[in-house]
Design a protein around this ligand. Structure first.
Ligand code: ATP
Length: 365
């Protein structure tokens, strides 16, 4: 069983006497065969977490277990993991075949025949049979990445660790490799931890995603849970494209007021609001553009900019000059006839509204 457990893992770095808390008390239980994506903005501690699992970085506090075995002190090669880096890290002077067999020759007592068999099977899986005698400099970026993955596969590890493995590829190849990697992981059924700052990769690839910010784990959830029921305002703003719109509002009786809104809340919703100082969140996809103001949940706005993307458009909206407020984005069907300067009405349906505690960021609804 290759479960992987991070139990209150903390990492401190010393920066000229100042302590940097790169990872703060993170606990994640990763199931056998699960694909877990670690995602978050630059500097949030993703790579440090992965490097601690790999044994490339010591753990300041907490316990790391692979298949119930404490591995805090185990050397990288004794952890039964294989890592794929953003830079591919292939040996430039070796052929593809040598790159793939080298690690096995060094760290296992497999016979030459067994090694050749494993290399062949991995090259079949990755579709790189034609490249075996080439050097890395004779390969495209996508081919190099396949070799790097093949080199991880031949190890037949308990756990794959991947640090932004697709970020050096162009958009089209990245999308193709994304599906290939998912299929590969399903076929091999190997526990995988995958680091990325790209939320599309996180949303499409992860069985679950772990969202980090500033060294602190924000939420571990399926992609859809994180999208629909974010634990806090950070997750709500990080997951989803374009980002969720936020309005700072105060609860005043039966309405929330602020950011240009004067928005009535029903009794059910009001009952979930445990503080008066709130942030109202609404996803651009949930805003409708309509013809006329029919209730307090409709806001008269002006179109600033339209970004057409074919099947859909992002429409940047602001309140009329006479009213101060937030600007926000509606994501609408690309055939919606709107252009810059139009006066329109934005409808904010209550069932799609999220509320957050303005002080703690915690999701209330
Ligand atoms: P990115 O997406 O930019 O690679 P990341 O989420 O992987 O970022 P980490 O590389 O894990 O972030 O860094 C987390 C924090 O720890 C950052 O503040 C970083 O500056 C700091 N850090 C990382 N390595 C060291 C080190 N060797 N010494 C001191 N500080 C470090």
């Amino acid at each position: 069983m290759a479960t992987l457990e991070l139990d209150s893992i903390t990492k401190h770095f010393d920066d000229d006497g100042k302590t940097i808390v790169a990872v703060d008390d993170a606990s994640i239980d990763i199931d056998d065969g699960e694909f877990l994506v670690l995602v978050g903005p630059s500097g949030c501690g993703k790579s440090t977490t992965l490097r601690m699992i790999a044994g490339l970085e010591t753990i300041t506090n907490g316990e790391l277990r692979i298949g119930d075995r404490r591995v805090n002190e185990a050397k990288p090669r004794d952890r039964d993991i294989a890592m794929v880096f953003q830079s591919y890290a292939l040996y430039p002077h070796m052929t593809v075949r040598e790159n793939m067999s080298f690690g096995l020759e060094e760290s296992t007592d497999l016979s030459n025949d067994e090694i050749a068999e494993r290399v062949e099977s991995a090259t079949d899986t990755m579709g790189i049979n034609d490249l075996l005698d080439r050097k890395p400099s004779e390969l495209s970026g996508g081919q190099q990445q396949r070799v790097a993955l093949g080199r991880a596969i031949v190890r037949e590890p308990e756990v794959f660790l991947m640090d932004e493995p697709l970020s050096n590829l162009d958009a089209k190849l990245r999308a193709q490799m994304r599906t290939e990697l998912q299929r590969l992981q399903e076929d091999l059924d190997t526990t995988t931890v995958y680091v990325t700052h790209d939320q599309t990769e996180a949303m499409t690839m992860g069985d679950r995603i772990a969202i980090l910010n500033d060294g602190v784990l924000q939420q571990v959830a399926t992609p859809l849970e994180a999208y629909h029921t974010p634990a806090n305002q950070f997750v709500a703003g990080f997951i989803g494209e374009p980002s969720m719109n936020f309005f700072d509002v105060d609860l005043e009786g039966e309405t929330v007021v602020g950011g240009g809104l004067d928005y009535p809340v029903s009794g059910d919703v009001r009952a979930t609001l445990t503080t008066d100082s709130l942030v109202l969140g609404i996803r651009p996809q949930d805003i409708e553009l309509v013809d006329a103001v029919e209730s307090g949940r409709d806001v008269a706005v002006t179109v600033d900019v339209v970004e057409p993307m074919g099947d859909e458009s992002n429409v940047y909206l602001s309140l009329p000059d006479t009213r101060e407020g937030e600007t926000f984005i509606a994501n609408v069907d690309g055939r919606t006839p709107v252009e810059a300067g139009d006066d329109v009405v934005a409808r904010i349906p209550e069932e799609a509204v999220h509320f957050f505690d303005r002080q703690t960021g915690e999701a209330l609804r």
